[in-house]
Design a protein around this ligand. Structure first.
Ligand code: PLP
Length: 452
């Protein structure tokens, strides 16, 4: 920090303050964690200065021998950890990983057969007219993903996201009574819509998914199954999710972030079967430019950590702690979406406290509990105000919290929410004394999804 302070002291100060704030609060954001010192240090090296477009042994720049070592090691750890046939570790983020996956599937399923029919090896050989016709087919495909309010992610076909514009998209939800995935209803939608790609995976669904069933559905309609395991990759790595709950043996393409339950640096990754590997391997230049070599190095370190026995213990504790947190809420009368959890997250419906998600999030922040508001299924308050708060156990489990601590966390949250009243003060600056908040009743019904 001293070196930073000599150049821009305000950045040094903000960095120091961030550490102090993270230490002073309870981090319950389900997508966050604490990376190890080894991972943090690896992110800050001179690999950051190196350009390395291309792939291992096949670069568009000279002098990439050490980046080759780093990328090959990160991919090897990923393949070994997840039992994947192929791993691509270049994506800078989860959204990049999903874009690489989508374009790889399109290249494999639509572009390659199109080129073959036209007698060309690559798109550069095509005449303008043939290229136009192939482009038309690429832009005419269908995607079926989980809806945002049921727990899916923006990149699974949400209209304001690029995925909702690249594809004709359709969404599946959850059973309105139970909040659980209804595989028969997913199958019915797939039969009717006939998508090229079915996306499984979630950001806010507090249950496990049967990926074997999802693959059956995909096979029946001729779709490729893509699983976005960004949120629960740590539980897959730690062998908490096995068999039908492990996406890797069932999906042709699996994407993930590396910074959530997997506890690595910020970044993304794509795993694939041999069949899809050649297209995924062309993520650069298809979607990406120069990979972030320092981040690939940090991914290698984090993946090596995740291959240790201690990570399995950690992952099991993440899931056990989520149950303790859920039980803590249920015994104090709170309502949880799906009535509980069997992964790393809990979704509390705060409407029973007479609050919007936004109000609850502000009140909890004021009490030193960092969460994020989240839609609940068929949320009447829209995606901006919401009716839920999403909580996750990965970060506090890293800090050593166990059953008793998570029970206390539930008690604290119920206490804060029960003593919070919707008021008229400015949103985000709640009164410390009374937890009086903004976003009054009139605001509650405003559908602000357009603001996203
Ligand atoms: N996929 C899922 C399921 C996510 O939950 C997220 C992020 O929250 C992403 C993708 C996007 O990851 P990133 O923020 O790294 O782009």
């Amino acid at each position: 920090l001293e070196a930073i302070a000599t150049v821009e002291p305000r950045i040094a100060e903000a960095t120091r303050q961030e550490l102090a704030d993270q230490r002073a609060s309870l981090k319950l954001i389900a997508s966050e964690n604490y990376a190890s010192p080894a991972v943090l240090l690896t992110m800050g090296t001179w690999f950051s200065d190196k350009y390395a477009e291309g792939t291992v042994g096949h670069r568009f720049y000279a002098g990439c021998q050490n980046v080759d070592t780093v990328e090959a090691l990160a991919a090897e750890h990923a393949r070994e950890l997840f039992g994947a046939e192929y791993a691509y570790v270049q994506p800078h983020s989860g959204i990049d990983a999903n874009l690489v996956a989508y374009w790889s599937i399109l290249a494999h399923r639509v572009e390659a057969p199109g080129l073959e029919k036209l007698g060309a090896k690559n798109v550069n050989e095509l005449s303008e007219a043939d290229w136009e016709s192939l482009r038309g087919q690429l832009g005419n495909q269908r995607l079926l993903g989980m809806s945002l309010d049921a727990g899916g992610h923006l990149t699974h076909g949400f209209r304001p996201n690029i995925s909702g514009k690249m594809f004709y998209q359709h969404q599946y939800g959850t059973d309105p009574e139970t909040g659980l995935l209804d595989y028969d209803s997913v199958a019915a939608k797939a039969r009717e819509f006939k998508p090229l790609i079915i996306v499984a995976g979630y950001s806010a669904y507090p249950r496990r998914v049967n990926f074997a069933k999802m693959r059956e559905i995909a096979d029946e309609v001729g779709a490729t199954l893509m699983v976005d395991m960004a949120h629960f990759a740590g539980l897959v790595a730690g062998k908490v999710f096995t068999g039908d709950e492990d996406p890797v043996p069932h999906a042709q393409v699996v994407t993930t972030t590396t910074h959530k339950s997997l506890r690595g640096p910020r970044g993304g990754m794509v795993l694939a079967t041999e069949e899809f590997a050649p297209e995924v391997d062309r993520g650069c230049p298809m979607v990406l430019g120069g990979p972030l070599s320092h981040m690939m190095a940090a991914k290698a370190v984090a993946l090596a950590e995740a291959r240790q026995d201690s990570f399995r213990t950690y992952a099991q504790r993440v899931a056990d702690n989520a149950k303790s947190l859920a039980d803590g809420f249920l015994k104090r009368g709170a309502r949880l979406v799906t009535g509980g959890t069997d992964n790393h997250l809990v979704l509390v419906d705060v409407s029973t406290f007479g609050l919007t998600g936004r109000q609850a999030e502000s009140a909890l922040l004021d009490a030193g509990v960092v969460t994020n508001r989240n839609s609940v299924p068929a949320d009447p308050n829209g995606a901006w105000y919401t009716s839920g708060v999403r909580l996750g156990t990965p970060a506090l489990t890293t800090r050593g919290f166990g059953h008793d601590e998570f029970d206390r966390v539930a008690e604290l949250i119920v206490d804060v929410l029960s003593n919070t009243e919707p008021g008229t003060t400015k949103a985000g600056t709640p009164s410390k004394a009374s937890y009086v908040l903004g976003d009054g009743v009139a605001a509650k019904t405003k559908d602000a999804s357009a603001e996203m």
